[in-house]
Design a protein around this ligand. Structure first.
Ligand SMILES: NC(=O)c1ccc[n+]([C@@H]2O[C@H](COP(=O)([O-])OP(=O)(O)OC[C@H]3O[C@@H](n4cnc5c(N)ncnc54)[C@H](O)[C@@H]3O)[C@@H](O)[C@H]2O)c1
Length: 448
């Protein structure tokens, strides 16, 4: 039964169905830009909002700053009416506003909601009745109801309230988590089921109508907090399982068993097992960060999230384990880590992506340098790595032409373009944290 019975909600539904609803996407990064393109492909008029003027300028001149999104896709979107802006006043013209801004951690490992708060403050003065506001940023359960809605309600000039029932003159709010997996082309974006929690049944109905235009399946849940928790469960599940195999990898190494062979055998079980792979440590904007959003919130309920803490402990220790293994491998060759030349292969946090955020390579390079190693790196996605929130490297990408000059080539990111046979042939020693050299037999390889 249709619940959208007020004039505003019926009008919005009609606009969505006729693809005339104006969609505003706030935050044109790894999540917001692909979402923009999906709506644009459906011929919705889309406006992108970002505080980064360089991104706005790049998009408006038909360019892209994300490697896997070619400029031609931005230009096609422009032909369908897409443009980018830094002017929040244009929010007033939007029918649907989707927020995709960052949700990092503070230096004390607590949720940093400043981007969501700033965005809500910036939207509020331009709110009008009948607009649908959707939050996609990953966050702790309660953010939509306890943070977003109060800021919108308390800072708009028309005294508008979030419409939870059939009342007419409010705005609608929903939360719908993003499930983007950069670099994973096995599932088309449209085939990712979209979980949606509305602040009230009409908001849910409208948000479902919007997302049904670009996703093949929507999964309605009862509240925004349920949708917020769903996203965290998905990422905590990954984080905990990765910690499990990271720990078992260390045990297997002592027992002289190949953990990757074990996982490959275990995953032949047709039920009850999902393969996760060990590595040099967690990276990316999600898995190392999101679980701490929940452990922080849990404290409000006098609850200690032990699995999250333990997984965090194991995973953050992995770069130190890599250093230990590299030191031991050099020791076998009668060399000290101090003054050894080490080439780190791969800076990105995972294979074939141009994303450095929280990459274990950054920690590993800093640890190697602290211990006196002479470090270079190679990564086709990063010609230069300067300064970030938690690192200061100032390094240029080294060519891959004279691998014999290094005492050790340390594989941290297994980009598919690397020729691992050549790398093993030319290097003096290869420490492989990703099983990238699987199938290559050589005494020079140390897998860890
Ligand atoms: N990257 C992923 O794979 C992924 C997957 C699932 C969920 N998420 C979640 O999605 C959210 C966005 O992540 P992302 O990877 O796209 O981040 P990002 O850093 O790539 O992009 C965020 C964009 O928001 C812009 N921005 C910041 N403050 C703003 C403001 N006040 N107004 C307008 N624009 C603003 C930034 O300039 C940037 O362009 C995060 O909560 C993240 O946890 C990300």
């Amino acid at each position: 039964m249709a619940l959208a019975t007020t004039r505003e909600s019926q009008l919005l539904k009609q606009k969505i169905e006729s693809r005339t609803a104006r969609i505003g996407i706030i935050g044109l990064g790894y999540v917001g830009l692909p979402l923009t393109l999906l709506f644009s492909e459906e011929r919705f008029p889309v406006t992108g909002f970002d505080v980064d003027q360089k991104k706005v300028a790049a998009l408006n001149s038909g360019g892209s700053y994300i490697v896997r999104i070619p400029g031609t896709e931005i230009q096609a979107a422009q032909r369908n009416g897409f443009r980018a802006t830094a002017q929040y006043a244009e929010i007033a013209q939007m029918d649907v506003v989707i927020i995709c801004v960052p949700t990092p951690l503070t230096e004390f490992h607590e949720p940093d909601l400043s981007y969501i708060r700033n965005t809500a403050q910036a939207i509020a003065p331009h709110l009008r009745a009948g607009q649908l506001i959707i939050l996609e940023s990953t966050t702790y359960p309660g953010t939509t109801e306890e943070v977003l809605i109060p800021i919108l309600e308390n800072n708009n000039q028309l005294s508008l309230k979030a419409a939870r029932g059939a009342e007419g003159d409010g705005f609608y709010v929903a939360f719908s988590p993003e499930r983007e997996d950069p670099g994973n082309d096995t599932v088309a974006r449209r085939d990712l089921p979209k979980v949606i929690g509305g602040a009230g049944p009409v908001a849910l109905e409208l948000a479902s109508a919007v997302y049904s235009t670009i996703f093949n399946r929507t999964i309605p849940v009862s509240t925004p907090a349920t949708a917020e928790m769903t996203k965290l469960l998905e990422n905590i599940y990954r984080c905990v399982n990765i910690a499990l195999v990271n720990e078992l990898k260390q045990l297997c190494q002592r027992m002289d068993i190949d953990i990757f062979e074990v996982i490959d055998a275990a995953k032949t079980k047709p039920f009850g097992f999902q393969a996760f792979y060990p590595g040099p440590g967690l990276g990316g904007h999600c898995i190392p960060i999101d679980p701490f959003y929940l452990s922080w919130k849990a404290k409000q309920f006098d609850f200690h999230t032990r699995f999250i803490e333990l997984a965090g402990e194991v995973n953050t220790a992995m770069p130190y384990y890599v250093i230990e293994q590299t030191t031991a491998a050099l020791n076998e060759q009668a060399k000290a880590l101090k003054n050894s030349k080490v080439l780190v292969l791969g800076m990105a946090y995972k294979r074939d992506v141009d994303d450095l955020r929280e990459s274990p390579s950054l920690t590993i390079i800093e640890l190697l340098r602290k211990r006196g190693a002479i470090v270079s790196y190679n990564d086709p996605f990063f010609p230069y790595v300067g300064q970030g929130r938690h690192y200061h490297l100032d390094m240029h990408c080294a060519p891959l032409d004279d691998l014999g000059q290094y005492d050790c080539v340390l594989i941290v990111t297994d980009h598919s373009d690397y020729d691992y046979v050549r790398i093993v042939r030319e290097a003096k020693l290869v420490v492989d944290t990703r099983n990238a050299t699987k199938g290559i037999s050589s005494a020079k390889i140390v897998r860890c």
